[in-house]
Design a protein around this ligand. Structure first.
Ligand code: GDP
Ligand code: IMO
Ligand code: MG
Length: 430
């Protein structure tokens, strides 16, 4: 039986991770975020009520389940507070359920300004970030000057670190980026001390708590943010996010040993979407792309941006399956394909006249890749809300089977709508 599972995005994010984590939390004791920050936007729909989560794990609505933010997550105290307030207003006992690692680096307003300044400086070559300050916050972590949540307990040390950090970043903003801003030390310091009052009591040793749950044979879900093709190392660099998004990051981002992971579930949209810039060989610019966007409600949870849409890309997915050691796929949004007469799936790329079966690491090479498609039959019946595999149209089952066979990975869950219970469970994961 699986006890500790990772649920992550196998494409470019927004695959439906939040929905799947929420419904699987039913059987879990803890849900853990291990990377990313409030650039993530995970949507849950329960009896028509929509909950959008950015930093808080998608298990938070379940009674008796612990939620953890691991050390690999960069935390904006402002964003965390806003999210907690939204949940508290709906009587979700966040203080009872949520615990945070003291090793989380903070995302400060100055990081947002840097993110914006860098994007502006890049002009038409911009990454298309969420402008939440995620990249600059991770840069400070790697440069070993980040302010971490634990620093909030030591006001003098906090002030000294903040002084250095603001000196550096104010200088860069004003002199390199020529932006007329100044982040005031006393103001930033006071705001951190204000947030400290609520955050400090929520601190815990996440690694030790997870280990205790594991030893007691509890069940843990590690909830990924973003997607594999946005990974800082394995994604379409430089058009990526600033963290590692792959399953290996659970070990470093939550302090949970890799051998304790029993299964890795790759959340995979039945087509594909991408927000922001970067290579995307299967992108559609026609009315089918438009149709997928409208029917799939493909607008960013965080920024409201229109998502780019395209066909399913098995080349990119092959990489995702291997580097994450994906043990099974959860195929989401199958219902969005309802009504199409034919459906294309990218099975290889053509690069400079040669066929390739893995995405190239070089962005310029990736941009020259042309998709080679296999065309499958569509279906006119509805899969929306369907929970019985045998009641799916034959063509939909053939589609699922084709993906499984080409990738050689089972599809254990098929999601057929945004609601918690709109799923075909082929095989129980827990
Ligand atoms: P995440 O970032 O991976 O958690 O995904 P998002 O929440 O950003 O985007 C997924 C969107 O699709 C959300 O609006 C979900 O409510 C919705 N969704 C998830 N699964 C399904 C599904 O199977 N069918 C449909 N139609 N919508 C879904
Ligand atoms: P979830 O968890 C989709 C994208 C941004 C941009 C790039 C870098 O909801 O799947 P960043 O702000 O991280 O520096 O932006 O990454 N991006 C996402 N795209 N879903 C997300 O999260 C994303 N988080 C970041 O659009 O292209
Ligand atoms: Mg999202």
């Amino acid at each position: 039986m699986n006890h500790n599972i990772v649920i992550l995005g196998s494409q470019w994010g927004d695959e439906g991770k939040g929905k799947v984590v929420d419904f699987l939390t039913d059987k879990a004791d803890a849900v853990v975020r291990f990377q990313g920050g409030h650039n993530a936007g995970h949507t849950l729909v329960i009896n028509g009520e929509v909950t959008k989560l950015r930093l808080i794990p998608s298990g938070i609505l379940h009674e008796g389940v612990k939620s953890f933010i691991g050390n690999g997550v960069v935390v904006s105290l402002e964003a965390l507070h806003a999210e907690m307030d939204e949940l508290l207003a709906r009587n979700v006992p966040v203080f009872e359920r949520l615990r945070i690692s003291e090793a989380c680096p903070l995302v400060l307003p100055v990081h947002v300004a840097l993110d914006e300044a860098r994007e502006a400086a890049l002009g038409e070559h911009k990454i298309g970030t969420t402008k939440r300050g995620i990249g600059p916050a991770y840069e400070d972590k790697i440069a070993r000057r980040a302010i971490r949540i634990g620093d909030l307990a030591h006001p003098e040390k906090l002030k000294a670190k903040l002084t250095n950090l603001l000196d550096l970043h104010n200088f860069t903003l004003q002199n390199y980026y020529k932006v007329d801003v100044h982040f005031d030390l006393e103001e930033t310091y006071a705001s951190l001390l204000h947030y400290a009052k609520t955050i400090l009591p929520m601190i815990t040793d996440v690694s030790a708590e997870l280990n205790a749950i594991r030893v007691n044979k509890g069940k843990i879900i590690f909830e990924g943010a973003q997607g594999t093709l946005l990974d800082i190392d394995h994604g379409t660099y430089p058009f990526v996010t600033s963290s590692n998004t792959i399953s290996g990051t659970v070990a470093s981002g939550a302090g949970f040993g890799p051998c304790y992971i029993d299964a890795v579930i790759g959340i995979t949209k039945a087509y594909s979407t991408r927000v922001g810039s970067g290579a995307y060989p299967t992108e559609l610019f026609d009315e089918i792309g438009e149709h997928l966007g409208v029917k799939g409600c493909e607008f960013g949870t965080v920024t409201g941006r229109k998502r780019r849409t395209g066909w399913l890309d098995l080349v990119a997915l092959r990489r995702a399956i291997e580097i994450n050691s994906i043990t099974s796929i959860c195929l989401t949004k199958l219902d969005v394909l309802d009504g199409l007469t034919e459906i294309k799936v990218c099975v290889a790329y053509e690069l400079d006249g040669k066929e390739v079966s893995y995405p190239p690491y070089d962005n310029a090479d990736y941009l020259r890749c042309k998709p080679i498609y296999k065309t499958l039959k569509g279906w006119s019946e509805e899969t929306f809300k369907q929970t019985d595999y045998n009641k799916l149209p034959q063509a939909a089952r053939d589609y699922v089977r084709f993906v499984e066979q080409t990738l050689n990975v089972p599809i254990d869950i098929i999601s057929t709508g945004p609601e918690r219970n709109q799923n075909v469970i082929v095989k129980n994961i827990f």
